[in-house]
Write a protein that binds this ligand. Structure first.
Ligand SMILES: Nc1ncnc2c1ncn2[C@@H]1O[C@H](COP(=O)(O)OP(=O)(O)OP(=O)(O)O)[C@@H](O)[C@H]1O
Length: 272
């Protein structure tokens, strides 16, 4: 599983930790016994075949699965020292600190400006209109979108291209000052040029944020991440499959010197 010699992990503090986490949807144990540490100011990629539980684990980090009535979690997830699933933890506050960018860009049906200003206002992060304007501009600059939109801030967010919409969603996420940004296949619906822009952005964002990204694109994982977790799925009776963590290490080691045969097969495209 996790290589104890992993250099990236040894360099930086842990922001998120899963301790023997298993996840159920109803009676079905979809993901089993995941233990891993997510390091601060690094990009951690989750890779693996469809259905191995990458998105399920990602969504547990900001309690997004709480919205699914049949969801149940065993084990513990720590955000810094706080156990995330304790009854006194406010899931809304968790989602403010641990933001999420989804596969399909999902701007609000509002202007470019209001896409960002809205969260700033409802979270009480600004005292004046000037404060809001400053945060909007800073967030758009952080998302490498400012130059493209500064003259059309009051146009609809939907009027932007898909790649620009995704960067708008990233700007919206960083505007409310999160600590962690989760990304679930953020480039899946983007063309190669927009993908490259978002990848560059991820690289810059890690200076200020801890990033966890699910990706099906192995080149992307090797380009953008410092750490990589390879998940796999094992068949059980009844035609079901459960997901588990096979190996978690520095990205370079996962791609060039994996410890597990299954990882080697997956990263070299000889899988299944
Ligand atoms: N809302 C849900 N209700 C019931 N089962 C679910 C739900 N969401 C996910 N699952 C099951 O949990 C398992 C893991 O799914 P998950 O989407 O996390 O995998 P994944 O690795 O992200 O897959 P993909 O790469 O295809 O997105 C699968 O067996 C899936 O069918």
């Amino acid at each position: 599983m996790t290589n104890p010699d992993s250099t990236v992990l040894n360099q930086t503090e842990t922001v998120l930790r899963t301790d023997n986490v298993s996840i159920f949807y109803g009676d079905f144990k979809a993901v089993r016994d995941v233990s891993m540490d997510i390091p601060k100011n690094r990009v951690t990629a989750f890779i693996g075949p469809s259905g191995c539980g990458k998105s399920t684990i990602l969504r547990c980090f900001n309690r997004l699965n709480d919205l699914i009535p049949i969801f149940k979690l065993e084990g513990r997830i720590f955000y810094h020292d706080q156990s995330l699933y304790e009854s006194n933890v406010d899931a809304v506050e968790v989602r403010r600190r641990i933001g999420m960018v989804f596969q399909k860009p999902n701007p609000f049906p509002k202007s470019i400006y209001d896409n960002i200003a809205y969260g700033v206002r409802i979270n009480g992060l600004a005292k004046s209109k000037a404060d809001i304007e400053e945060i909007v501009e800073r967030s758009l600059r952080q998302a490498a979108l400012w130059d493209e939109v500064k003259d059309k801030m009051h146009q609809s967010g939907f009027a932007l291209s898909g790649g620009q919409q995704q960067r708008l969603c990233i700007a919206r996420t960083v505007a409310i000052n999160p600590d962690v940004v989760l990304m679930d296949e953020p480039c899946a619906s983007l063309d190669p040029i927009s993908t490259l822009k978002v990848e560059e952005l991820i690289h810059e964002l890690k200076e200020n944020y801890t990033i966890v990204i699910v990706t099906h694109n192995m080149q992307q994982a090797s380009r953008v991440s410092d750490m990589t977790a390879f998940f796999n799925a094992k068949a059980i009776e009844g035609g079901k499959r459960f997901g588990y963590l096979v190996e978690y290490d520095n990205t370079e080691d996962i791609f060039q010197n994996p410890q597990e045969e299954a990882t080697q097969q997956y990263v070299s495209g000889r899988f299944g």
